[in-house]
Design a protein around this ligand. Structure first.
Ligand SMILES: [Zn+2]
Length: 708
């Protein structure tokens, strides 16, 4: 539940004090630890030729000493290895183990130029590092081996990679990174297969020595990560998210997002979030310490989203000790809360889909803006709307059903196979709501464009042309109708028009959409100022399509309009919202509150029912809701801060009182209700299955617990 990591540096041997660290692990109530063992530097007396012993090792065994000490404290122990860099003697003995660049040169290490970058896909990893793992597992009874930087450092053109790829794909290694280039597409697939083979080889060898141990590669992530999360979820008994802190412009909920992405693939298996106590910017001040407020909020958002915390420290000799009491306090708090952190299920009713195949084959080198920014826009909107949600992986839609998630959001999920489209269709037919944006389903799973959306029947529209953009100075006209009953326009009653997005598709309705809430006001000149007037004041082009469906037969839904069906006896299908433009991506770029309202209203309409929890009050909170064995919990993480969108935080600033309304699971009876951080028992009002209470204040992290 609470992980510690001590990554030794080569000259630590003989200099650092193991007793200090063992005592710190005890004081933080850490119950698991990752310790440096070998690969780049061996911190134990290895007998393997070419396995580089620390030059300061002498006759000592700092790794073995730490393992024994941690065992005595009852901790789970895993060994850290790092295979990505090596030395001249290895290069001389096995020049073919070194990575080669596109010009045919062996690669020096970019940060430590006396070292060499190794090839990840050839014998260095498959043979030499396998021996290293066998040795560590045989000498020390460890529970697992964590492998850092195991998957290569960019494309390698060494003799092994060239011949292995030619054998597998029948062609030469690609020279471009364009996903529409067949060679590059084949490379993406081949590299993954090779790495999964490597992982299974290492795991198998370690389990031969200790059947209860395993190998845990440092891998995994969201739509822009390179290894298939579905396969990772099948192979890994646990997974560690290595996003150590914020950098640049990033929201503090980014840590919780790791948790959601990992859980989507890992289900109920334990997932862990590494956090750094230092600054994580491109300049890599690895020995730095950042503000305690920033560390606390980063960890809080991970824990609220189901990640078990893992602090990492490089160097056994400390250059700056200010982080020690901060982590000690955080860990003791979460140790005290542990019974309520052993979650069995999220109770969120909304799911946000992510798609690695869209990242690989549609996004390519522009995946950050074409793919991830759509997700980030939705993520921010759902946080601001305080709608608890989970993420789902597009290749794991098998069991998807409205009993778990009432609404599924597809943020420009461009690449979907026919099978995936059918799964989504079936979900809507059985009552699930969907909200899709922009080019969703316009490409197949390999990034090849279709003539029409794979989900055209669900959207009720067909693709015509585009995308058009980047559009300047384009708007949306709000069609409030005569009785102002447009659910999508709630909160925008006073607005006649709002800004459009940046990219839009031209689409054509396949059926009647009476009274569309948003229509296009096309882009018009934004300079000279004298020329800034709309050339077309009004069009009848709808810029959002809302359908309330009924299920007519397996795999088919139809729009449910009273005119069409009268008193339809067909079962209710889900509600479908389709935006042909990049509302989510534009929201992430410009954060326009009008777009936020559209996104929030779209979820509320598609969801067509109550949330498990509503939290009302000022500020921005990440709200998550969980079920444990005999309790449920609502986490409130206070993100309200002038440094919310660009860290690090200076201070934690308490959020004012929040009203919380929770729906109990069917048939459950609430016994004790507590506020964990405040340490108080709130006054609770009960009304049927609902509990209402007030949380007086949230500093960084409050948890409402309800014993059932
Ligand atoms: Zn290679």
């Amino acid at each position: 539940m609470r992980w510690a990591q001590l990554t030794l540096v080569e000259d630590d041997s003989g200099k650092f004090d193991p007793r200090f660290w063992l005592d710190y692990f005890k004081r933080t109530r850490s119950d698991a630890v990752c310790l440096s063992a070998g690969g780049c530097v061996a911190f134990y007396p290895t007998r393997l030729p070419l396995h580089h012993r620390s030059r300061w090792l002498g006759a000592a065994d700092p790794f073995g000493e730490m393992v024994a000490g941690c065992r005595k404290q009852g901790m789970v122990v895993i060994a850290r290895t790092d295979p990505h860099a090596t030395y001249d003697d290895v290069r001389d003995a096995h020049p073919d183990w070194i990575a080669v660049d596109a010009n045919g040169n062996r690669r020096r290490h970019w940060a430590s130029p006396e070292m060499w970058v190794t090839c990840a896909l050839g014998p260095y990893n498959f043979e030499f590092m396998t021996e290293v793992k066998r040795e560590i597992a045989s000498l020390y009874k460890i529970d697992g081996i964590f492998i850092n930087r195991w998957d290569g450092s960019g494309m390698c053109y060494c003799e092994h990679c060239r011949s292995l790829f030619r054998d597998a794909a029948g062609r030469d290694l690609p020279r471009s990174f364009n996903p529409q280039d067949a060679a590059y597409r084949a490379y993406l697939v081949w590299r993954q297969q090779r790495l999964f083979d490597l992982w299974q080889l290492w795991d198998g060898e370690v389990r031969k020595i200790n059947p209860d141990a395993c190998v845990i590669p440092n891998t995994g992530g969201g739509a822009t990560s390179s290894l298939d999360m579905k396969k990772i979820g099948e192979l890994a008994p646990t997974l560690i998210a290595d996003r150590q802190a914020r950098r640049g412009l990033a929201a503090p909920w980014a840590n919780g997002k790791n948790g959601k992405e990992f859980r989507a693939a890992m289900g109920s298996k334990p997932i862990v979030g590494i956090f750094s106590v230092g600054m994580e910017e491109p300049y890599r001040w690895k020995d730095s310490v950042q503000s305690d407020a920033e560390i606390r909020l980063w960890v809080a958002d991970g824990v609220a989203n189901g990640l078990r915390p893992w602090f990492t420290k490089f160097s056994g000799v400390l250059h700056d000790e200010r982080w020690l009491p901060v982590v000690e306090e955080i860990y003791n708090r979460y140790a005290d809360w542990e019974p309520y952190l052993r979650n069995e299920a999220s109770l969120a009713r909304v799911a946000l889909m992510y798609s690695q195949q869209t990242g690989w084959f549609y996004g390519g080198e522009r995946a950050a803006s074409k793919v991830e920014d759509h997700t980030l826009g939705w993520y921010q909107a759902l946080i601001e709307a305080r709608i608890p949600f989970e993420m789902v992986h597009d290749r794991m839609l098998d069991g998807l059903n409205p009993r778990q998630f009432s609404t599924l959001v597809l943020p420009n999920i461009a690449c979907l196979s026919q099978t995936q489209c059918n799964q989504i269709r079936e979900y809507v037919r059985s009552g699930g709501g969907i909200i899709a944006t922009h080019e969703t389903s316009l490409y197949d799973e390999w990034g090849t464009r279709r003539t029409d959306f794979g989900l055209a029947d669900l959207f009720g529209v067909s693709y015509k042309s585009g995308p058009e953009g980047p559009m300047h100075n384009a708007y949306l006209r709000l069609e409030h109708g005569t009785n102002g009953d447009q659910p999508l326009l709630k909160g925008l009653e006073a607005a006649a028009r709002i800004i459009h997005g940046v990219w839009r598709l031209e689409v054509e309705a396949r059926e009647k959409f009476p009274s569309p809430p948003l229509t296009l006001i096309p882009s018009y000149p934004d300079l000279p100022m004298e020329k800034v007037y709309p050339r077309v004041a009004r069009t009848d082009k709808a810029e959002v399509y809302l359908r309330d469906t009924i299920a007519v037969k397996p795999g088919r839904v139809e729009q449910n309009t009273s005119r069409q069906r009268g008193d339809a006896i067909a079962p209710r299908g889900g509600r479908v919202v389709y935006f042909p433009w990049d509302i989510d991506r534009t929201f992430w770029e410009v954060l326009c509150v009008d777009h936020l309202k559209l996104l929030r209203n779209a979820v509320e309409w598609a969801n067509n029912g109550e949330q498990q929890v509503t939290v009302t009050g000022p500020g921005i909170l990440d709200v998550t809701v969980w079920r444990q064995k005999s309790s449920m919990s609502v986490h409130l993480v206070n993100l309200t801060n002038p440094m919310m969108m660009k860290g690090p935080l200076r201070d934690l600033i308490p959020a004012p009182a929040q009203s919380v309304r929770v729906r109990l699971p069917d048939g459950a009876i609430a016994r004790r209700v507590r506020l964990l951080a405040a340490g108080t028992t709130p006054r609770v009002e009960r009304q049927g299955p609902y509990l209402s209470l007030t949380v007086p204040s949230v500093l960084d992290h409050e948890v409402v617990t309800i014993d059932l």
